[in-house]
Write a protein that binds this ligand. Structure first.
Ligand code: AMP
Length: 416
């Protein structure tokens, strides 16, 4: 177990907090969604109660080691101030400039400072000014950041799968470090749930590609009682077993792997459920996520998809079949939509499954949803408030499900 806020002394201290303020901005640099800013509020409020002086650090976008004025965190400082109802100090330009360091040194208990975008420095991502990998440059940058505070709090779950100067490197240069409240919650649900799940334990996996989720399937096969596969991924598994998949998005180079995974599931007595019918069409405008007016949309009677058609959603029999497993599950982990849910006509399967997961949760199951698209899907279904935990980090939650070590967490000290 990693140290959490309750395990470290922050009272009256200068606390460096890594947050994920990678908020989407429009062309006028207005924040279009502040959920990441809101997500880290509990940690900030905890630290304010402890009279800490709070120095927030984040990246925004991909400036690739250069100062890109449009990727400044200035609008984030303003929005954070509005959300907290308290001024947030901000120094532009360079997060480790003499001016930034002075602002940090002058910061008093109960005050908040947000440093400028960390990724304006190539060292944040482990490179030097010439763009080459450079561990020494990264360490020096970590040290500079660490010099501005006394203790470090990791609350940027969205970046804990990155081994960067401010996520992992900094820990060795501070007196103490811990997970913030947001990361602690993610660890509780993604970590403890996976390690010690109430059974039956069900994983629902969807999305576009098997190749993106091979490691997730492999890791979960050793833990779950059942796996439901939907989305385009399902067609690779069906085709591998000789079922006609028409022009569905099949990864032909992954057919053998799909068979191997099916074999492993059988050996481990994991119930591996694939759709038994589908909604199909002969045309999709993938770029605009729409159905061209000339397209034919049909439902199949069984697994097979006829020539010239592709599977775009699970059918009604599949929903019924999946419902029988979902309603008895006591732990449910879900990543990836079961169809092209962005198109209303093809979102019925995903929305039905979201409702079923919410119903199981109402009955006492623990449900964890991760990945940007699955999160949008539960929101689209209007059931997001009924899910036990919605992970804030797409990439990080996927790597968690893969059983990988996440550098930003691994670097934190263990509880005594
Ligand atoms: P991922 O990021 O791997 O979770 O994939 C999410 C994407 O998969 C979404 O944009 C969905 O539209 C897409 N998707 C789901 N089912 C299908 C399908 N049957 N055919 C094509 N794309 C799909």
């Amino acid at each position: 177990m990693k140290k959490t806020l309750a395990d470290i002394n922050v009272k009256g201290k200068k606390v460096l907090v890594r947050v994920d303020y990678n908020a989407p901005l429009d062309a006028n640099l207005k924040i279009t969604n502040d959920k990441r800013i809101v997500a880290a509020i509990p940690t900030i409020e905890y630290l304010l109660k402890k009279d800490a002086a709070i120095i927030l650090m984040s990246h925004l976008g991909r400036p690739k080691g250069k100062v890109v004025p449009e990727m400044s965190l200035k609008p984030v400082a303003a929005r954070l101030g509005e959300v907290l109802g308290k001024p947030v100090k901000f120094v532009g330009g360079d997060c480790i400039s003499a001016e930034s360091k002075k602002a940090a040194a002058d910061l008093k208990s109960g005050e908040i400072l947000l440093l400028e975008n960390l990724r304006f420095h190539p060292e944040e991502e482990g490179k030097n000014a010439s763009g080459e990998k450079d561990k020494a440059a990264m360490n020096a940058f970590s040290k500079e950041l660490a010099s501005m505070g006394e203790v470090f709090v990791q609350d940027a779950f969205g970046t804990v799968h990155r081994s960067h100067a401010s996520t992992a490197g900094i820990v060795k240069y501070v007196k103490d470090a811990a997970a913030g409240l947001l990361v602690e919650k993610e660890l509780k649900f993604l970590g403890e749930t996976l390690e010690n799940p109430a059974r039956p334990f069900l994983a629902i996996l969807g999305g576009a590609k098997v190749s993106d989720k091979i490691s997730v399937i492999e890791n979960l096969l050793g833990k779950v009682d059942a796996i439901i596969i939907g989305g385009a991924m399902a067609y690779t598994f069906l085709k591998a077993q000789g079922v006609n998949a028409g022009i569905s998005l099949v990864e032909d180079d992954k057919l053998d792997l799909a068979l191997e995974l099916l074999k492993k599931a059988k050996e481990r007595k994991v119930d591996f459920l694939l759709p038994v019918d589908h909604v199909i069409t002969n045309k999709v405008d993938f770029a605009n996520k729409s159905v061209p007016s000339a397209a034919k949309v049909e439902s199949t009677v069984d697994e097979a998809i006829h020539e010239g058609f592709m599977g775009v959603d699970i059918g009604s029999k599949s929903i019924e079949k999946f419902a029988e497993v979902i309603k008895f599950a006591k732990t449910i982990v879900w990543n990836g939509p079961l169809g092209i849910f962005e198109i209303d006509e093809f979102s019925k399967g995903t929305v039905a499954v979201a409702e079923l997961v919410a119903e199981a949760t109402d009955e006492g199951a623990i449900s964890v949803v991760g990945g940007g698209d699955s999160v949008s899907a539960v929101k689209k279904a209007g059931v997001d408030k009924r899910i036990s935990h919605i992970s804030t980090g797409g990439g990080a939650s996927l790597e968690f499900l893969e059983g990988k070590e996440l550098p930003g967490l691994a670097a934190l000290p263990d509880k005594k």
